[in-house]
Design a protein around this ligand. Structure first.
Ligand code: AMP
Length: 406
């Protein structure tokens, strides 16, 4: 249901966007995030990141631009390492886009410049891994210039890397008119537009391992949110702050005071604050271990709370029933292990069924939603982990700030 909800969030981007440019016959340097997961035989295990840039690439092809794609892959530490070659991505892209993709063995230099000079309208070149040059991560000026030399316009469609101050994200924008691609634009519209001016009631569901990873998001939304639901490992720091004994559950002792303060502040503002009332416990996070469901008041010593229990699922489901906007970031439990995945999957279904604009953070939450089989029912799933969090914390993304103002 989520994706049927209408979306009043246009006009958030105050930067040049791809559609503002006349790109016919022009060379576009498009920074994409093709940092896809690979298995031990270097096969791509998930091509979502490639697929999510197709609208931008197809548009550029249709408009008659010459398309030069560049990305990083993995952490080759500034040197050529064939395990991180982007060659396999070129093949997958070619299959997805049903068009030839010319793969070049480097991202700068005379050979690359020559290939680019021979391009015709609609041609697609994919450059080799940017991080084979250490200058990429150093945001080096000369390296940025060498990249810029290849093109007439720079397009950033690499949301997952937009929080990095690297040459192909920031440095290059000094030398070319720089615009946002469609993926970057959509990410900003949802994670900034919809979250900064939400249709209310606005419910935030936060989970995952640590309070310290999500506290910035709570602070950023404290004046816009109507309900906050906390699950995952972070819930037990809040419960401990309330005086509960939480056994061996994950607790960040140095965050107890901060958790208590933010909880009291939110409640004093009239925001409804929900914590788990029951949980699935075990003595270790292993397959086949004995598990029990207990109220949060009854977690024994040496037992850990590893998922929310059925009563919490009911409580959380009821709490989101009338929401018009839902933001979800962080799993409700250790969903990677079957025995502790039910809470997360149940919440995924509840969010998917809500008649609301549903926005899901990237990384683990994306994976959890996809394992729940309800990805198609969400309004928007971010492709970025770190970048999404940074936006949700209200911080500036260097890659966005660097683009040309409108
Ligand atoms: P984050 O990156 O902070 O969103 O955390 C995601 C991780 O939190 C996942 O790998 C989960 O396994 C883990 N997690 C969720 N709930 C718990 C819990 N109750 N105890 C320990 N780890 C958890």
């Amino acid at each position: 249901m989520g994706n049927n909800y209408s979306i009043p969030i246009k006009g958030v981007l105050n930067k040049l966007s791809l559609r503002d440019l006349n790109i016919k016959g022009k060379r576009l340097f498009i920074r994409v995030d093709f940092n896809v997961p690979l298995d031990e035989n270097l096969n791509i295990t998930d091509d979502k990141r490639i697929r999510s840039t197709l609208p931008t690439i197809n548009y550029a092809v249709d408009e008659g631009a010459k398309i030069i794609l560049a990305s990083h892959l993995g952490r080759p530490k500034g040197a050529v390492d064939k395990r991180y070659s982007i060659g396999s991505v070129a093949k997958r892209l070619q299959r997805l886009i049903k068009k030839e993709v010319i793969f070049l063995p480097d991202c700068i230099g005379p050979e690359v410049e020559e290939a680019v000079s021979k391009m015709s309208e609609g041609d697609i070149i994919l450059l080799e891994n940017l991080r084979f040059h250490k200058e990429e991560e150093e945001n080096d000026e000369e390296f940025s210039k060498s990249l810029a030399k290849l093109a007439d316009y720079y397009i950033n469609d690499a949301f997952g890397a937009a929080h990095r101050t690297h040459a192909s994200i920031v440095g290059i924008t000094k030398f070319l008119p720089a615009a946002a691609g469609f993926l970057l634009q959509r990410e900003i519209e949802y994670l900034k537009g919809a979250v900064d001016s939400p249709v209310r009631p606005f419910v935030a569901i936060l989970g995952g391992a640590k309070v310290s990873g999500k506290i910035g998001v709570l602070i950023n939304i404290e004046n816009k949110v109507d309900k906050v639901i906390i699950g995952g490992g972070m819930a037990y720091t809040f419960l401990k702050a309330m005086g509960y004994v939480v056994g061996d559950s994950l607790v960040e002792d140095d965050m107890i005071g901060i958790a208590k303060n933010i909880m009291e502040k939110l409640i004093s503002k009239g925001i409804k604050f929900y914590l788990p009332v029951d949980c699935v416990i075990a003595q270790s996070v292993e397959y086949g271990v004995e598990t029990k469901i207990v109220p949060v008041q009854e977690i024994p010593n040496n037992w850990k709370a590893l998922d929310i229990g059925p009563a919490s699922v009911k409580l959380f489901t009821a709490a989101i029933a009338n929401a018009k906007t839902i933001l979800w970031n962080g799993p409700m439990g250790v969903f990677e292990v079957d025995a502790f995945s039910r809470g997360t999957f149940a919440v995924a279904h509840a969010v998917a069924d809500a008649y609301a604009l549903t926005i899901v953070g990237g990384g683990d939450t994306d994976l959890a939603v996809s394992r729940s089989g309800v990805s198609e029912s969400m309004s928007f799933i971010s492709t970025g982990g770190g970048a999404a969090l940074q936006l949700l914390e209200g911080k500036e993304l260097p890659g966005l700030a660097a683009l040309t103002d409108k």
